[in-house]
Design a protein around this ligand. Structure first.
Ligand SMILES: C[S@@+](CC[C@H](N)C(=O)[O-])C[C@H]1O[C@@H](n2cnc3c(N)ncnc32)[C@H](O)[C@@H]1O
Length: 292
């Protein structure tokens, strides 16, 4: 009878670590195992196919130090995107740090909406308010090369990340400004304004799950509408006649945001759902003055 101890394989190690992360941080095992496998692939420089092919190799064959540090961060509740330092968005990969909101798939609805209003052959000016990682501004700039995009944020740390992303992804038609909403673009008008501003209410229980992301990217007063109110009320001063404003909002804020658009004089107001069928974006147009 053999007395040799069973060899721990790479696959055993990944599955064991996934169990430990679930025990420490909660979450679903299948999703956590996928996150742990992503960390393994990234730190061991293995493609997904190579990782699968090598799961029966002894774990001792691999240098797992960096990977182990990453798993510890995951077990402490840090989002996978911050541990990896990147997040896919609209077919591109963006650098992310804890200074920026992690781009959400839901926000792709806002981008699709903006691209739908910006014909590829036409020149246009676009303003992205609260650019964060730059995911909206850079995607629009790369998909609409004739557009001139202005991206602003109040956070200098976020702007550094956005500028890095623009450089890495080769977006030359975006300029970045540090600004409290419209302050740095006083007197300037745009064909299209997009915004994914903070829209979570101060006491929202979901904030507990978002503890690693910057509060300044999430929270907007007691009803979550403080920044949306400010932006919608002032947008018409920064839109060309016929220009469009589109904003992302919380799933239960559509009626309130449509009302803000109505009060601010926007026409063709429309609510758009996200990929999960939840109310997510409101768009409206600034009327073209009728000449007499
Ligand atoms: C919800 S995050 C959106 C980030 C990014 N656009 C995205 O969709 O992933 C909101 C962004 O607005 C910025 N922000 C918050 N208050 C601001 C203000 N007063 N002026 C300009 N930007 C602000 C935050 O720093 C943050 O980057």
């Amino acid at each position: 009878m053999s007395t040799a101890a069973a060899v721990t394989t790479l696959g055993d190690r990944l599955r064991g670590d996934a169990h430990r992360v679930v025990a420490a941080a909660g979450g679903e095992f299948a999703e956590t195992l996928r996150a742990v496998q992503r960390l393994g692939e990234a730190r061991l420089r293995l493609s997904p196919a190579a990782r699968i092919a090598r799961e029966r190799d002894p774990a001792a064959m691999f240098d797992l130090d960096a990977y182990a540090g990453d798993v510890a961060r995951l077990a402490a509740g840090e989002p996978l995107a911050y541990v990896l330092g990147e997040q896919p968005f609209h077919d591109r990969v963006f650098v992310v740090t804890p200074d920026v909101l992690i781009p959400r798939p839901d926000t792709e609805v806002l981008v699709t909406c903006a691209l739908g209003r910006l014909p590829p052959h036409r020149e246009a000016t676009v303003l992205d308010l609260g650019t964060g990682s730059g995911c909206i501004a850079i995607t629009v700039a790369l998909e609409r090369l004739r557009a001139q995009v202005t991206a602003l944020d109040a956070s200098p740390e976020a702007l550094r990340v956005a500028m890095l992303n623009a450089e890495r992804l080769g977006a030359g038609n975006v300029r970045f400004l540090r600004s409290h909403w419209f302050e740095a673009v006083s007197g300037q008008r745009f064909d299209c304004i997009v915004a994914n501003p903070p829209y979570v209410a101060t006491g929202d229980p979901h904030l507990a799950d978002l503890g690693h992301e910057p509060v300044s990217a999430l929270v907007a007063g007691s009803d979550g509408l403080a920044d949306l109110r400010h932006i919608v009320a002032r947008a018409s001063d920064h839109l060309e006649p016929g220009g469009v404003l589109m904003v992302e909002h919380g799933f239960d804020q559509r009626d309130a945001v449509l009302e803000l658009f109505r009060e601010a004089g926007f026409t063709d107001r429309q609510g758009i759902d996200d990929l999960a069928g939840r109310a997510r974006v409101v768009v409206g147009q600034l009327a073209v003055p009728v000449s007499t």
